[in-house]
Every structure is written in C-alpha cells, then in structure tokens.
Design a protein around this ligand. Structure first.
Ligand code: GDP
Length: 417
C-alpha cells in the first residue's frame, strides 16, 4: 500500500567535510531505533553492514538511500557526496531530494566548502534546516556561527533552539541540552543512553531572559511571514504554537528562512529535536512543485506530473549500483505507482524495461530486507530488472510517456522548477 505522501520526507545531509555528516546520520538511525548501536567514525564502525545477504545483494546501508521512521514520518535519507568537487554527483542528489539538513561545526563555523554546498542548494531550490553541531567542543560558539549564516551565505537563519551551555563536559558551563524556543521548555539529554532519554523541564530562571529575547526574534519573523500572527500580536494575544510552526514551515519550504537547531551528534544531544524538525519544517513531496517534462513523441509539448498515485507513473533513475544478483537501479517516483512484475518505458533509450523486484532499504535490521510489491508517488525505491537506463534517465508508463529533464542538463532546467 502506498504511504501517505504528506508524511514522506526525502532528505539529504549536506555539510563541509568533518562537520559531522556521518555522525549525525549514525545518530539519527540509532535514535529512530533502526540501529542498535551507534557507529563511530573514529572507531571505523559506521559501516555496520556485515550481513552476508546484504553483501550478496551489493547494497550497503549508505549506498544510496535508507529509510527510517520518526514519529509519524517516513524518512528517506539519501546519501549525499562528501566532496563537493563531484559536482555532477551533488547535482544528481540535490535533484531528487526535497529538503536538506545543513550541518555546521560550532567550532569551525561556516567554512569555504559550506558556502559551495549552500549555494548549490540555493541553485537547485532545496529548502533546508541548519544543525550547529559539535556544541560540546572546546571553543564552540553557537551565536558566532548563527551570525555568520546571513552575511556569508545569504541565508536567513531563525533559531528555534538555544544551547544550554557550550563546550566540553567537566568545564564550568558544559553543553548539556537545548531550550526549545517554540514550546519554551528545556530539554536535557542523558549521555548514558546515548541521547535516547530526554528530560523536559522548565527553563531555569537564569536563562529565561535570554530565551525570551531569542523567542521574540523568532516571533518577529513569524509576524513578518503571517499577517494573522501579526494581528494577534498587535492585539496582544498569544500566537498559538501550531501557527508558529506552520508559519516557519511555510517560510522554510519557500526558502525565505532556515530554522536553526544545535547539538552534539557525538553525544546524542539535540538530535531528537532535529529529527522532529525534519518532519515539522522540511517539505513533503506534496509541497514541491509538480515535475515538468516533455512528450518524447512531440518534444515541444510540455507535460506535468503531480505527486499523486492516480497519475501515470514517472520516475527518475538517480543511481545505479552494480550487484551480482542484478544491478540496483535507484528510482525517485514522482507520480503514479511503480509495480513489481511490470514493464515501464525508458524514453531516453527508446526501450522497455522490466521491473522484476522492488526493494526498500530500511535502516532497521528487522525491516531491512524489504521487498515490496509497489511504490507510490513521492517515495524512493531500489529496482532490479532494468538493463538499458543510465543514471539521469526517466522511466515512465509505457503508454503515457514523458521525458523528464535529464540530470546532465539539470542546471538549465532546474532553474524552471
Ligand atoms: P563528516 O566528514 O562530515 O562525515 O564528519 P564525521 O561525522 O566523520 O565527523 C568528523 C569528526 O568530528 C569525527 O572525529 C567525529 O567523531 C567528530 N564529531 C562529529 N560530531 C561531533 C560532535 O558533536 N562533537 C564532537 N566533539 N566531535 C564530533
């Protein structure tokens, strides 16, 4: 059965090398219950995939896209290249994701490479939230990084959280939790449980003034983006929580703002609220513009496909991984439904392709070998069977054909999206 599209998030984590992309990924998978231990970059244990069957299929967990659930959301976490030099690879990836988490180091801040990825995400219209990581490091400075985002990246950050303390344990004011500026609560994370246990308390009196100041800054943005909220403020009425979140969500999706979170992925502090933020602020496939392509038989005829299972099927091959049991074709489904044991058209090669098997790779061991019968609009899957398509090609319904802009021409075409 197809998933509720509004609950799907196709996201990537984009970051400067060393900012903590791998550590954030590991922590998210662990906290979602998908993994039972946290892989550690420094221990060389992030690739916990030693399952022989998995190897046989040639699919490693971070090879293309891994699915996990958080709250009511189904998250497809796409692998994004670590090196921005692989521009084609970055383009390909930005093309199929709907939103991104940008990770900065609280110590090193905005670096040259962060500017490159930020601007690429701007160019491809990818809404994002920000995670200021490594708050536990000596010299961590939330405000300095936050203040750099606008002048250096041209972004408009909006803090939805504040750190409680900064720097390593056993110092005078170590980083130990976050203040949620929307709910006005303090969240403390238990390091013994690797960040699984969260204690919600009132904001301590000595932090209240600062928290209210930052909340006011956040609300100013809400008033600016939403007239109804502004009217409430003028009448000195409180703005409901749901209105704050939905206004910031709309602002984020329209790329007017970037909600900012902070934490320490290494110690699991602040990662749960970030995961909730992915659901709250990043777009679902329904929030993205419908895809446009052309009729392969009449190239001047523009066709549009909406993210709806009732539309004719169309999707994009964004990665192909060789495997002994049949190459793995990773497909983002934009419209309609892709079914097992069916045939689809690959207009770029003028060939029909067999869809022999569909897989979804769940981070959870329990669900990982997830062979499925069909996959619906907005979702991502791995297909075994095609032989002709190459990365960037369209696959579509055999009768209602469409050719999506090829990834190779992404720069010119995506400016239309
Ligand atoms: P990537 O290159 O962006 O994938 O970064 P990694 O996840 O590999 O992390 C780079 C280094 O930073 C590793 O040594 C991590 O252990 C370390 N690191 C990542 N997150 C944190 C954090 O929150 N706190 C501290 N102290 N170190 C971290």
């Amino acid at each position: 059965m197809a998933l509720d599209i509004s609950k799907i998030r196709n996201i990537g984590i984009i970051a400067h090398i060393d900012a903590g992309k791998t550590t954030v990924t590991e922590r998210m998978l662990y906290l979602s219950g998908a993994k039972h231990r946290v892989g550690r970059v420094d221990h060389g244990t992030t690739d916990t995939d030693d399952d022989p069957e998995e190897q046989e299929r040639g699919i490693t967990i971070f090879s293309a896209c891994v699915k996990y659930n958080w709250n009511q959301y189904s998250i497809n976490l796409l692998d994004t290249p670590g090196h921005v030099d692989f521009t084609a690879e970055v383009e390909r990836c930005l093309r199929v994701l709907d939103g991104a988490v940008t990770v900065f180091s609280a110590r090193e801040g905005v670096e040259a490479q962060s500017e490159t990825v930020w601007r690429q995400a701007d160019k491809y219209g990818v809404p994002r939230i920000v995670f200021i990581n490594k708050m536990d490091r000596e010299g961590a400075n939330f405000e300095a990084v936050y203040n750099d985002i606008a002048p250096r990246l041209g972004g408009r950050p909006v803090a939805v959280e504040l750190p409680v303390g900064q720097g390593p344990p056993h110092t005078s004011d170590p980083f130990r939790g976050v203040i949620d500026l929307v709910d006005l609560k303090m969240l403390e994370f238990d390091p013994e449980t690797e960040g699984k246990e969260v204690k919600e308390t009132d904001i301590p009196a000595d932090l209240l003034d600062e928290a209210m100041l930052w909340r006011e800054q956040m609300l100013e943005v809400v008033y600016e983006l939403n007239d109804e909220a502004m009217m409430l403020a003028m009448d000195e009425k409180p703005v409901p929580r749901e209105m704050i979140v939905s206004t910031l969500r709309k602002g984020c999706i329209e790329m007017a703002i970037q909600p900012v979170f902070c934490g320490s992925a290494l110690h699991g502090i602040g990662v749960q609220p970030l995961m909730t933020g992915v659901g709250n602020y990043l777009p679902s496939p329904l929030d993205r513009p419908p895809v446009e392509g052309f009729d392969p038989k009449k190239p001047d005829k523009v066709l549009v496909r909406k993210p709806d299972v009732k539309e004719p099927f169309c999707g994009l091959v964004f990665k192909i991984l060789p495997a002994k049991t049949g190459d793995n074709y990773w497909i983002r489904v934009y419209s309609g439904e892709l079914k097992q044991n069916s045939r689809v058209q690959c207009p770029n090669r003028d060939k029909k392709e067999n869809i022999a098997q569909l897989w979804q790779i769940h981070a959870s061991k329990k669900e990982r070998d997830g062979q499925i019968e069909s996959v619906g609009a907005g979702d991502i899957c791995c297909v075994i069977g095609p032989r002709f398509a190459i990365t960037g090609d369209t696959v579509c319904d055999t009768k209602e054909t469409i050719e999506l802009p090829s990834i190779k021409f992404a720069e010119s075409v995506l400016s239309m999206a």
